[in-house]
Design a protein around this ligand. Structure first.
Ligand code: ZN
Length: 259
């Protein structure tokens, strides 16, 4: 099994969830322009609402709010919408949050559930999960390549087990941080539960193992977090940060494929 296959093997069905701000495009007679933004005549929100497709606008508002309420705007976040109908989301590269169309469709109208999925993916980045897993995998595969052929199969099995356990702990860690980020940004704690409820209906999600927490196990963990970290305190802290900072701007790619 080469590295690419192994990576594909470990590409888990990440959490997919959620859906939208009821932020409807309001009829505007004169659309805001970039020049207006630069002259401070329109806010980034007004420009985004006029310029971006609705899904991108919703995701911009969610990421912007989570980043500001949690002081997580040191590096630019990138949002990509994958047109395939997959109920899933993922974190990749340095700061890319990938969302599949199927997830947006299933969570449409539920901004808190979508925010929790987005926050979960942001947490993967902030905890450097992608880089840590990749380093473990690269190191393990190098060791296997250098060892005797007779031992390679056993070593590969051990590596798979190690990476699986790592991914399991990373999923739970991303859930816990994602919950905090989303709630501190003012989204409903129950959004995380609704997102996981959607996930729990997907094939394979009911299976809990050494390498993968089941959806129901993740729901129980979030319920415990709600008791342990009451939303009120997080909301107050987030509100203070939101009040003391300016809206974050965005860059809309020329090919209109990412934000
Ligand atoms: Zn995840």
């Amino acid at each position: 099994m080469n590295k690419r296959n192994l990576l594909a093997h470990f590409h888990t069905k990440a959490v997919a969830i959620a859906s939208v701000f009821a932020l409807l495009l309001s009829p505007v007679s004169t659309l805001p322009t970039l020049a207006g933004w630069e002259e401070n005549k329109v806010t980034p929100y007004e420009l985004a609402e006029a310029e971006l497709p609705e899904n991108f606008y919703v995701l911009y508002r969610i990421v912007e709010r989570i980043a500001r309420a949690n002081d997580l705007d040191q590096h630019p976040w990138r949002i990509v919408i994958n047109s395939e109908y997959d109920i899933n989301a993922y974190a990749t590269d340095a700061n890319v949050i990938g969302i599949f169309n199927g997830l947006l469709d299933q969570l449409v109208g539920d901004s808190s559930a979508l925010a929790c999925v987005v926050a979960h993916e942001m947490a993967h980045h902030l905890h450097r999960h992608v880089a840590i897993t990749d380093a473990e995998l690269t190191k393990g595969l190098e060791q296997i390549t250098e060892s005797a052929p007779a031992q390679q199969e056993e070593q590969m099995a051990q590596l798979q087990k190690r990476i699986g356990q790592l991914r399991r702990s990373q999923e739970l860690e991303a859930d816990a941080s994602g919950y905090k980020y989303a709630v501190q940004a003012g989204f409903e704690p129950e959004g995380c539960l609704r997102g996981l409820d959607l996930l729990s209906r997907l094939p394979g999600s009911g299976y809990s193992s050494d390498t993968h927490p089941s959806a129901s196990e993740r729901i129980v963990a979030i319920q415990a977090l709600i008791v342990k970290n009451p939303p009120e305190w997080l909301v107050t802290l987030g509100r203070q940060r939101l009040r003391s900072t300016e809206p974050l701007t965005y860059y809309w790619s020329a090919d209109e494929q990412w934000l």
